[in-house]
Design a protein. Structure first.
Length: 207
């Protein structure tokens, strides 16, 4: 086994931890560990200290659930953003992908997941009620559903549509360009930007 080839249990422990990261295999983890081993002690301390501070000090925006260094994220606190438009996304990565297109200037709402019965994730496990509360306040004129076009994403969009249908608010979704089954995280910025510009009214598949 790969584990038995390492002479140091300390090095092995480091490889075990690094290889637990998404997309990092054991060979890559070994390369990273050996690289860190060659660095000056102060560099490694700064590296690990940064990760520790991120884990313990980072906050989540009280308005949209985006990560932030304070109680309100820079997007929600910016006076230049369109506060009448809220883009609903699954994860923080989607906020970064959409904002990088430069085609969207509204606010966001991070659900923190999507409805997936197979994974045991229901509506109460993600921030849908918080979204409903934001819309109920009356300042939101459009909710833009920018969820992945998978079956789980469509199910979540339909559930949100039903919850928001009682309010006088436009509900839109990504236009053609992002294919069914695609994850926003892996969609190129040009395609995603055009899909945002040309967003269309949300029509449930099973309406």
């Amino acid at each position: 086994m790969f584990r038995n080839n390492l002479l140091s249990s300390l090095l092995q422990d480091a490889v075990d931890e690094l290889s637990s990261l998404p997309g990092i295999g054991r060979k890559s983890a070994l390369r990273f560990a050996l690289h860190l081993l060659k660095q000056p002690a102060e560099n490694v301390e700064r590296f690990t200290g940064t990760l520790q501070r991120m884990r313990t000090e980072i906050k989540y925006c009280s308005n949209c659930n985006m990560i932030s260094d304070s109680g309100l994220c820079p997007i929600c606190s910016s006076p230049s953003r369109d506060r009448s438009l809220v883009c609903v996304v699954e994860s923080i990565r989607d906020v970064i992908s959409i904002d990088n297109t430069g085609q969207y200037n509204g606010l966001y709402h991070v659900l923190g997941g999507i409805i997936s019965p197979m994974d045991g994730t229901g509506p109460s496990d993600i921030a849908i009620d918080h979204l409903v509360s934001r819309v109920a306040e009356g300042s939101v004129q459009e909710v833009f559903l920018a969820l992945s076009t998978t079956m789980e994403g469509e199910t979540t969009s339909f559930y949100i549509f039903k919850k928001l249908n009682q309010f006088d608010v436009r509900i839109s979704t990504i236009a053609r360009g992002v294919g069914f089954g695609d994850d926003l995280e892996y969609t190129d910025e040009v395609t995603l930007g055009r899909s945002i510009q040309n967003r269309q009214p949300f029509v449930p598949l099973n309406k």
